[in-house]
Ligand binder design. Structure first.
Ligand code: HEC
Length: 181
C-alpha cells in the first residue's frame, strides 16, 4: 500500500513534469528567444562597431558610453529606441587642445586637475589624458551615435531593446516593432 502510494505520487509528479513543462517552456519561449537574439546582435559587428565596443553589459564590453542600467531599467521600449537612434547627444563634446587639435570625445573621469577622455574619432575609442587647463570644450555637432548608421532593421532594434531591458529589469519580455515608434 505504502509502496503503491509512493509510485502513484511519483507517477503524478512525473506526469506533471512531462505534461506541464513543455507548456510552460512554450509560453516563455518567445521572450527568451528574442532576448537571446538581442544578446547576439548587441555583440555583433556592424560597420566596424558592435554595441559592446562602447557599452559594458553582463560583465563584457567597454564602458565608453553611458552605463545602460539607468535607461534600461526605467525607460520603456520607445524611450530606449529613441535614445539609441538619437540625433542630438548630451555627453559627447568637441574637445580642443592647446595646440589647436580637436576631437569628439566623452569624459570618463576628472580628478586633481587631470581629465580622462575617450577619443571617439578612434575605432575602438582611445582613452586620452589631459590637464584640465589644456582643453576647452564645445557642444558636439558632428559625432553621430554609430547605431544611426549601422543599417539595423526595426526587428533587430526591438531584439536589442528586449535584451537590454531583460538584463536590467531581470525579466525577459517580448518587445514588438510597434512598441518602438
Ligand atoms: C563608438 C561608441 C558607441 C557605440 C558603437 C554605441 N554607442 Fe551607445 N552611446 C555612446 C555614447 C558616447 C553615448 C552618449 C551620447 C551622448 O552624448 O548623449 C551613447 C549613448 C547610448 C544610449 C543612451 C544612454 C543614456 O543614458 O543617455 C543608449 C541606450 C545606447 N547608447 C545604446 C547603444 C546600443 C544599443 C548600441 C548598439 C546598437 C550602441 N549604443 C552603440 C557610444 C556608443
Amino acid at each position: 500500500m505504502f509502496r503503491t502510494n509512493i509510485s502513484r505520487a511519483l507517477f503524478f509528479v512525473a506526469g506533471t513534469v512531462v505534461f506541464y513543462s513543455p507548456l510552460k517552456a512554450a509560453e516563455q519561449a518567445p521572450a527568451a528567444v528574442q532576448v537571446e537574439r538581442g544578446r547576439q546582435l548587441f555583440h555583433k559587428t556592424f560597420k566596424s562597431y558592435s554595441c559592446a565596443t562602447c557599452h559594458s553589459i553582463e560583465g563584457t564590453g567597454t564602458a565608453v558610453g553611458p552605463n545602460l542600467k539607468t535607461l534600461g531599467s526605467v525607460v520603456g521600449p520607445r524611450g530606449l529606441y529613441t535614445t539609441i537612434m538619437m540625433s542630438v547627444t548630451c555627453y559627447v563634446q568637441e574637445y580642443q587642445l592647446a595646440n589647436g587639435n580637436t576631437f569628439r570625445g566623452i569624459e570618463k573621469a576628472k580628478a586633481g586637475g587631470t581629465m580622462e577622455v575617450w577619443d571617439l574619432t578612434k575605432t575602438p575609442a582611445e582613452l586620452r589624458k589631459f590637464r584640465e587647463s589644456e582643453v576647452t570644450m564645445k557642444p558636439n555637432t558632428t559625432w553621430k551615435h554609430p547605431p544611426t548608421g549601422m543599417g539595423l532593421a526595426d526587428q533587430e532594434l526591438a531584439d536589442i531593446v528586449a535584451y537590454v531591458k531583460a538584463v536590467f529589469t531581470g525579466t525577459p519580455k517580448e518587445v514588438t516593432v510597434e512598441e518602438l515608434h
